[in-house]
Design a protein around this ligand. Structure first.
Ligand SMILES: C[S@@+](CC[C@H](N)C(=O)[O-])C[C@H]1O[C@@H](n2cnc3c(N)ncnc32)[C@H](O)[C@@H]1O
Length: 250
């Protein structure tokens, strides 16, 4: 039923109300260095001026108005029913901003033929596509929670489509930890083919109480973009949740 589906999305671990409240609490303060970092990445992305498709925009808390102004029209591909409304309000967008609620990352619906990555890339073949901190969150979708191998297959399929699409940028979770960390320098990146293992040497964790170990969660995205230059930044999401974010630009 549609209502229960929407309710699920409002309380979904990858977005929804908890995320909106966290953004209101920390978006302007603790997130500022990360928002600045995202602005630098977006600024260096060369895009045609026509249509931007943002996948996982939420309220656009990490995106800046200058960047959005580049485009004649914007499509928000978002499963959280509140998010597009928040996005339009925050960025003062009324005209030229459409919403697409289809979940393209689930297997195609056998009855309606809706969904599926082939439909997504066909529908938006002439657009610049911004995956806005969503690829590392897709493992929260039900079929992938139940079967993580299925998620790795999805990433493999997505990689195939991205190889064909001419203009996209993705910033997404690489690692996360409850222990606060920083990077060794302001611009950490990996060259094509360079192993993500070397990244760990660039991470400086705060001291932990004696006897406790730093726990790191891997978001399974590190193999996906090995053939690209990858840039890294730190997002202090809350005082207890810290993310290493990877950005890849085409
Ligand atoms: C971490 S938030 C993104 C943050 C956002 N880009 C910002 O600027 O604050 C992840 C977003 O992806 C959305 N999302 C999760 N799975 C999705 C899917 N399968 N299709 C589209 N959006 C999805 C969530 O609803 C959530 O709004």
């Amino acid at each position: 039923m549609k209502t229960s589906l929407n309710l699920k999305r409002i309380f979904h671990p990858s977005g929804g109300l908890v995320y909106h409240f966290t953004a209101m609490r920390y978006g302007r303060s603790a997130w500022k260095p990360f928002r600045d970092q995202v602005a630098v990445w977006l600024n260096s992305w060369r895009t045609p001026p026509s249509q931007l498709v943002i996948v996982g925009p939420s309220g656009g808390y990490c995106l800046n108005k200058e960047f959005l102004k580049r485009f004649e029209s914007i499509v928000l591909v978002e499963t959280d029913p509140i998010a597009p409304w928040m996005f339009r309000m925050r960025h003062s967008l009324r005209k030229g901003c459409l919403t697409d609620r289809c979940n393209y990352f689930l297997p195609k619906d056998s009855e309606t033929s809706q969904g599926g990555l082939d439909l997504f890339f066909d529908r938006y073949k002439n657009s610049a596509i911004l995956f806005s901190n969503v690829i590392g969150q897709l493992s929260y979708e039900e079929p992938y929670v139940k079967d993580p191998d299925f998620f790795l297959d999805l990433l493999e399929e997505l990689k195939g489509f991205l190889d064909q699409h001419p203009c996209w940028l993705s910033f997404h979770d690489s690692l996360s930890s409850k222990t606060r960390f920083q990077l060794a320098s302001d611009s950490v990146s990996l060259e094509p083919g360079e192993s993500p293992e070397s990244l760990l040497q660039q991470i400086r964790f705060d001291a932990t109480p004696t006897g406790t170990e730093v726990e790191i969660m891997d978001h399974d995205t590190s193999q996906m973009f090995e053939n690209f230059v990858r840039h890294y930044g730190v997002w202090h999401l809350t005082p207890l949740q810290h993310h290493l974010i990877e950005c890849v630009i085409r």
